[in-house]
Design a protein around this ligand. Structure first.
Ligand code: PMP
Length: 276
């Protein structure tokens, strides 16, 4: 790993040189939250929404931080990097806790960490598998506790897939690192926001951008069978944009590659955020 610009507790330095205490609660409890903030052609995509979600994640875990300092650091990482297209990973943990106590001391000093990397925003065709959503019950918090996602996604990788689509008690939730959209009879659907899914920023941008173009996306509760009836499925995330699903392994589906509704939504999204 060479020349990746990082920042740790306010100090900008090579990512490789950053030293972290093993007693950071980010290690011992995954007591931390994060954001991935994309930029394209030197324009940050939905910066305020990312900062707002980071702040909400901190509030949900009662991690007290100066969010404006964090946003300054993110902006500095982007402006001093030589990348035109990329993203910043930024993490806030409750800090170093010598006692490793479940019940944290409110006087701990928050620990912040980020880095910036180059990223090509290329829409990728995705092979996915379906799996039971084994995660905790507050998936709306963007916490670094991602073992449920990691386990499921690696199982799916062993089956030569790129992503998973999860379901809880037969209800579709989201992808392992993305939100899910699907089309039945020309109508677009996506699971409603709840504590079961992350309020994805790409999801939100797509819903509002398509609406402005006269395309309505219905938010609701959907079963595995609904998904399997779809003529088009795609996943959204800050690093993927829209990625169409071309196969759900182990299932016969009616998925059409390059379906026209998908194509239109992808075009609207790319014109709004990934062009110029
Ligand atoms: N759900 C999960 C579980 C994710 O990890 C991500 C990516 N961070 C998303 C949804 C998509 O969110 P966003 O569009 O804000 O990147």
């Amino acid at each position: 790993m060479n020349n990746i610009l990082g920042v740790f507790n306010g100090k900008f330095q090579d990512l490789e040189k950053i030293k972290v205490s093993p007693l950071s609660r980010a290690y011992t409890f995954s007591d931390s939250v994060y954001e991935v903030i994309p930029f394209y052609n030197n324009n940050i995509i939905a910066f305020d929404k990312h900062i707002n979600r980071l702040s909400n994640s901190c509030d949900a875990l009662n991690i007290k931080t100066d969010i404006s300092l964090c946003s300054d650091e993110i902006l500095h990482l982007i402006s001093t990097s030589n990348h035109k297209n990329g993203y910043v990973y930024y993490q806030i943990s409750r800090g170093v806790d010598a006692l490793r106590s479940h019940m944290y001391d409110t006087s701990l000093e928050v620990e912040t960490f980020g880095y910036v990397v180059n990223h090509a925003f290329e829409s990728k065709d995705l092979k996915v598998s379906l799996c039971e959503d084994i995660r905790w019950q507050r998936c709306d918090i963007k916490s670094t506790s991602l073992l449920g996602n990691v386990m499921s996604m690696n199982q799916s990788k062993n089956n030569h897939c790129d992503e998973v689509i999860m379901h809880k008690d037969d209800e579709i939730t989201e992808g392992g690192a993305s939100n899910v959209f699907f089309v039945i009879d020309g109508n677009i659907h996506t699971p409603s926001l709840s504590t079961k899914i992350l309020p994805g920023i790409t999801r939100e941008l797509l819903i509002s951008e398509t609406k402005q173009n006269g395309i309505f996306i219905e938010e609701g509760n959907y079963s595995v069978n609904d998904l399997l009836r779809a003529e088009s499925i795609w996943l959204t995330s800050s690093t993927k944009g829209l990625g169409q699903v071309i196969e759900i392994i182990g299932h016969d589906t009616k998925i059409q590659v390059n379906n026209e509704v998908f194509h239109k939504c992808n075009e609207i999204f790319n014109n709004a955020f990934l062009s110029g």
